[in-house]
Ligand binder design. Structure first.
Ligand SMILES: Nc1ncnc2c1ncn2[C@@H]1O[C@H](COP(=O)(O)OP(=O)(O)OP(=O)(O)O)[C@@H](O)[C@H]1O
Ligand SMILES: [Mg+2]
Length: 241
């Protein structure tokens, strides 16, 4: 039997007195689109940071294709297939859109022309090729989010982690991003998505993991978890919506 694509095994992260992630375990299958939801401060971004190596866990293991990757820094994890966007925008606003995407493509392409071609192809995937040569600071919020996805795609990832890429977008822009993620996922790319918009979560998730105060509260289909009384209780009065 082949190894599980991605497996979190009893992963915890302690910040001094605060247990931000508390013994979280779940598996992700190749090709899956899994949403991670939970109230503000539940530990979602911290969990992503543990997956992509910005943080090391206080306990537990992250296993990717059968290999324990706990000791690997972000660059090494990018190399083996982790791409992500950040809740706090990482766009370099004084660089061009193409140059921002090239930050991703330099991982696999040393020569500038090859990196530029590859970055341009990533911009095409997100529909931003016509904006390639303007400075990123001129983009709308929605376009900047797409650029952040393009930069992740330029890494040629096997799994992409999106941290609230829909936040602040209008309904049309949200639908555009949903369509983009679905298309990429339909092509076989695995996604982990942190999302507060529960309509979106219902619309595209194969499976949902709910975090509350660091711990996994529920896991299952969107329909199942969003009908779970413990999940509803955790959300009341705490969610952004
Ligand atoms: N570097 C850090 N040092 C100390 N505490 C932190 C650090 N990063 C996060 N925390 C705390 O850990 C908890 C979880 O934060 P995290 O950002 O993971 O939540 P989240 O679920 O992503 O919330 P949101 O929906 O608001 O983005 C919070 O109480 C936060 O204040
Ligand atoms: Mg967060």
């Amino acid at each position: 039997m082949s190894a599980t694509f991605l497996s979190l095994q009893g992963v915890s992260k302690r910040f001094l007195g605060l247990l931000a992630v508390d013994e979280v375990s779940f598996d992700v299958a190749a090709g899956e689109l899994l949403s991670v939801i939970g109230p503000n401060g539940a530990g979602k971004t911290t969990l992503f940071n543990l997956l992509t190596g910005q943080l090391s866990p206080s306990a537990g293991r992250v296993v990717f294709n059968g290999v324990d990757i706990n000791g690997q820094p972000p660059q090494a994890r990018a190399r083996i297939g982790f791409g992500r966007t950040f809740q706090m925008s990482q766009t370099l606003t004084s660089l061009s859109v193409l140059e921002n995407a090239m930050i991703g493509s330099f991982l696999h392409h040393r020569h500038i022309s090859a990196a530029a071609d590859h970055a341009y192809a990533s911009l095409e995937l997100v529909g931003l090729q016509h904006r390639a040569n303007i400075t990123a600071g001129e983009l709308t919020l929605s376009e900047r989010r797409r650029l952040e996805v393009a930069r992740a795609l330029a890494l040629d990832p096997k799994v992409v982690l999106l941290d609230e890429v829909m936040a602040g977008l209008n309904q049309t822009e949200v639908q555009g991003m949903v369509d983009l993620v679905r298309t990429l996922n339909g092509g076989g790319l695995t996604f982990l998505v942190i999302e507060h918009n529960l309509k979106v979560v219902r619309q595209f998730s194969h499976r949902v993991v709910v975090l509350d105060r660091g711990a996994k509260l529920a896991e299952g289909s969107a329909e199942e978890v969003l009908a779970n009384p413990a999940v509803i209780e955790a959300y009341i009065g705490k969610s952004k919506q």
